[in-house]
Design a protein around this ligand. Structure first.
Ligand SMILES: *[C@@H]1O[C@H](CO)[C@@H](O)[C@H](O)[C@H]1NC(C)=O
Ligand SMILES: *[C@@H]1O[C@H](CO)[C@@H](O)[C@H](O)[C@H]1NC(C)=O
Ligand SMILES: *[C@@H]1O[C@H](CO)[C@@H](O)[C@H](O)[C@H]1NC(C)=O
Length: 385
């Protein structure tokens, strides 16, 4: 659907003289807007140009680098010295890694805030602190949200709205009404034009409601997301051409349920390098009700180089899920808040695309705060077999 701001922008630039009265299917518009759209590189489907966001592109040398932060857990124990010190430490890590790595895009993959410890009146101001390093480094980014971001005094929706307000380079969006289920509004995608790459973000929910009873929120991506994936991928095909010509990555805080079996099948330190210190079970992956989502994710989105989650701070590996033939990767615990153990360290996961060609393998590795790297993998069609 051609949205209001996009039309206004076109009208403002004198490229559209008449605003259509009738809202029909986007494809109907495209033939008579073609020249104007080419001029603006404004896609009917891509909202970011109309939102005034900078255009994301592969570098002239054909590369695109993504740095993934996760589990920052800001706002722990505001009543003692230890809590605020963890946020100082986390900010130091972010302020070191962002300028060092100079990514083309960054992701924070959930649990930005430890909501159990926050206060109703000022919880979202923690978001201002968290986006500071991205604002300072001028790095475009977006976020998913975790079980700790849905608590009595904070919700995913509140965090997203605040981030949109205080981070000019945030690409985070809310799903359309009716998509995402109870307390799961963070489902959206970000295209890196041609589009050569589409980054998908899903809301795996969890935690507790923000109302008086504070009841448990379902901890899986809601089934309503499946028809949205189908509809969105069809529209992308209509507007951008076959999905096979693009790459994709998918981010969600809590790993899909199917990843329990992947770990049970054996994590091999040569094939699947990186920490493997958290045993997966109930609560550490999405509930089995994520099955419809898992089916849609793995069948509708083509050239999906990896599905990336956090939540389990002691795991860092990538592995292939053989039933659906997809690669899953844990990211790296970045925040000094949240549980951890001596020696696990803090850092990020990097992905580097060396070409916009979706057939070219993607490299990924863990980078720790001090600069040490480990767990390098090449994600090609034979990885993890
Ligand atoms: C939520 O915020 C209120 C108001 O600041 C505070 O009294 C309460 O302790 C906070 N936490 C919970 C779990 O209610
Ligand atoms: C929010 O208010 C509480 C209570 O006054 C305070 O302890 C805490 O540090 C504040 N948090 C932020 C993020 O400003
Ligand atoms: C809180 O929200 C949950 C989930 O929507 C609902 O079941 C419960 O009745 C609500 N409680 C109150 C007091 O509104």
């Amino acid at each position: 659907m051609f949205n209001g701001p996009a039309l206004l922008r076109l009208a403002f630039l004198g490229l559209v003289s008449a605003v259509p009265l009738e809202r029909t299917h986007p494809v109907t518009y495209s033939h008579w807007y073609d020249d104007e759209l080419a001029l603006l590189e404004l896609s009917l489907l891509d909202p970011y140009p109309a939102l005034g966001k900078p255009r994301l592109t592969f570098k002239p040398d054909g590369t695109f680098k993504i740095t993934v932060f996760s589990d920052l857990h800001f706002g722990e124990n505001p009543w003692d010295d230890w809590g605020p010190q963890q946020d100082v430490n986390s900010l130091k890590l972010m302020n070191k890694i962002l300028p060092d790595e100079k990514p083309d895009y960054a992701v924070i993959n959930g649990d930005l805030i430890t909501g159990e410890n926050t206060f109703k009146e000022n919880a979202t101001t923690l978001i201002d602190q968290i986006v500071g390093p991205f604002n300072a480094a001028g790095v475009p980014f977006s976020t998913t949200h975790g079980n700790h971001d849905n608590q009595k005094n904070i919700t995913h929706q509140e965090e997203i709205l605040r981030e949109q307000q205080v981070a000019p380079l945030s690409y985070t969006r809310l799903a359309p009404n009716g998509v995402g289920g109870q307390d799961g509004p963070g489902n959206y995608w970000v295209p890196i034009p041609a589009p050569a790459l589409v980054l998908w973000f899903f809301d795996s929910r969890g935690g507790f409601t923000a109302n008086a009873t504070s009841t448990a929120v379902p901890d899986w991506v809601d089934e309503s997301v499946t028809s949205w994936i189908t509809e969105q991928t069809e529209r992308m095909e209509e507007e951008w051409g076959p999905s096979e010509d693009r790459s994709a990555l998918a981010f969600m805080h809590i790993p899909p349920h199917a990843i329990i079996k992947v770990q049970e099948g054996g994590i091999d330190s040569t094939k699947n390098p990186g920490l493997n210190a958290d045993t997966l079970g109930k609560g550490s992956v999405q509930a089995a009700s994520d099955e419809p989502f898992w089916e849609a994710l793995t069948s509708k989105i083509k050239n999906l180089h990896a599905i990336i989650s956090g939540h389990d701070h002691g795991n860092e590996w990538c592995a292939r899920e053989n039933n659906k033939n997809v690669v899953f990767c844990f990211n790296k615990h970045s925040g000094y808040g949240g549980y951890g153990r001596e020696g696990w360290g803090y850092g990020v996961r990097n992905f580097i695309f060396s070409s916009p060609d979706p057939k070219v393998p993607v490299q990924s590795w863990i980078r720790l705060e001090d600069g040490e790297t480990r767990a390098h993998v090449t994600l090609d069609s034979s990885y993890g077999r």
